[in-house]
Write a protein that binds this ligand. Structure first.
Ligand code: G3P
Ligand code: CA
Length: 247
C-alpha cells in the first residue's frame, strides 16, 4: 500500500529510541541510549524523577522494584544509594544516569531529546538544566500531565512541549487547551494513529509523535498513517522498515 503521505513530501520522520534501545538493554541507561544512537535513531526519549537528595535522574517507574529489585521509589533513595543498584536486560547490565550526565553526553550529538516529566515540581530544575547546556532547540519536554506542561510553559516559554494523550482522549477541547498553552506536539497512543486522525491533527497545526508502540504492527501503523515520529523500543526494526519503504 502507498504511504498516505509520500516520502518525498512528508515531514522528516523522527525515530526516538524509547528509554534508549530498551528492547535490548536495561532501559534509561547509558548502554541503552548509546545502543539506540548506534542503531541510527534520530532521537532519544527518557523519563525524569528526583532523588531523595534532589538530583534529577532518568527513571521510568513509580517504584524501583521492577528495575532494581528494591522496595520504594527513586524519591526514597539518594543518588549515591541508587548508583550501586544494578539494572539488567538481556544479560546486559548498567546503572542509573543523571539528567546532567545525559545532557552532557547526548546534547552535543545531532539528536532530538524527548524528556518526560515523571515527577512533580521538577519543571524549574529541568528547565534550568536544559538552559545551562544551551539545549533549548534540541529538546522536547513531554508529559501525560497537562498541569506540568502548563507550568513548564510559564517557566520556560522557549521550550517545545509535547502532550502524551492516553488512548481515545484527544478531542477539540484538549487541542484548544494545548494551543492556548504553547504545546506544539501531540503524542497520541499508537493505536489512535489513524489516517483521518493524523490529517485532522495536522490541520490543527500539531506535530504528531506517537507513543506506545509495542510490536511491529504498531510500528508500521504509526509510520504509514502519517505521524511525524514515534518512540520505539526497537529503533533498528523501524529504521529498517523506513529504509525498505523508501527503496
Ligand atoms: O513515548 C512516550 C512514552 O515514553 C510514554 O509512555 O510509559 O513509556 O513513559 P511511558
Ligand atoms: Ca516516557
Amino acid at each position: 500500500m502507498r504511504n498516505l503521505i509520500e516520502d518525498e513530501s512528508r515531514n522528516q520522520f523522527t525515530v526516538y529510541a524509547h528509554r534508549g534501545a530498551s528492547e535490548y538493554c536495561p532501559e534509561n541507561t547509558m548502554l541503552s541510549f548509546y545502543t539506540g544512537v548506534f542503531m541510527g535513531a534520530q532521537g532519544i526519549e527518557t523519563d525524569v524523577h528526583r532523588t531523595k537528595d534532589g538530583v534529577l535522574v532518568l527513571f521510568h517507574d513509580d517504584t524501583v522494584e521492577r528495575m532494581m529489585h528494591r522496595p520504594g521509589s527513586v524519591e526514597d533513595y539518594t543518588l549515591e544509594e541508587l548508583s550501586v543498584f544494578v539494572m539488567e536486560k538481556c544479560g546486559r547490565r548498567d546503572y542509573i544516569v543523571t539528567l546532567d550526565a545525559f545532557l552532557s553526553a547526548f546534547g552535543r550529538m545531532d539528536l532530538t531529546l524527548a524528556i518526560e516529566l515523571k515527577d512533580h515540581d521538577i519543571e524549574q530544575d529541568v528547565a534550568d538544566m536544559i538552559r545551562r547546556f544551551g539545549l533549548e532547540k534540541k529538546v522536547v519536554v513531554t508529559s501525560f500531565r497537562l498541569d506540568y506542561l502548563k507550568n513548564m510553559h510559564v517557566i520556560a516559554p522557549e521550550l517545545e512541549l509535547g502532550y502524551l494523550a492516553k488512548s481515545n482522549a484527544i478531542n477539540d477541547d484538549l487541542l484548544s487547551d494545548m494551543k492556548a498553552n504553547g504545546i506544539v506536539e501531540l503524542c497520541p497512543y499508537s493505536r489512535d494513529v489513524l489516517p483521518e486522525n493524523t490529517r485532522y491533527w495536522h490541520s490543527r497545526g500539531f506535530r504528531i509523535r506517537a507513543w506506545g508502540v509495542s510490536n511491529e504492527e504498531d510500528m508500521r501503523r504509526v509510520y504509514d498513517n502519517g505521524a511525524d515520529g514515534t518512540t520505539v523500543n526497537f529503533p533498528d526494526k523501524l529504521l529498517a522498515y523506513i529504509e525498505q519503504k523508501k527503496a
